[in-house]
Design a protein around this ligand. Sequence first.
Ligand SMILES: [Zn+2]
Length: 131
Amino acid sequence: MLGETDAERLGDHADAVDATRTLVAAADKPTLRAWWVDSLTSRDLEVRALWPAWTALRHLPAHDFTPSREFNAASCEVCGLRREPYEAAPVELVRAATLVAPEHPVDTAPLHALLAAVGALGPQAQLTDEL
Ligand SMILES: [Zn+2]
């Protein structure tokens, strides 16, 4: 398993992509899911942000740096990272890869209340509508 110290020693784009993919693979999906649900009660936004970061980055393909043709050519067309050396992996990924399951029971009532409220919205509902 990749430790935090290893993850902090990154090199160029290829190393950053490899480290990110390793951290994503090391993270435990049920643990991240449990902490996300727990964040609905704890209101710990740093913990809540781990699930979406992991969800998005689990689709990061292995790839070589490809200069963007649409935006700044110093950024990669595939992942948006720059070519230059990186000193640290994304903190949230290091944390996601090292999380252990909550030791306390996770209260799922807020999740079920949220799902019920969203399910009760009409087909014309907008993100700005209040639940
Ligand atoms: Zn890239």
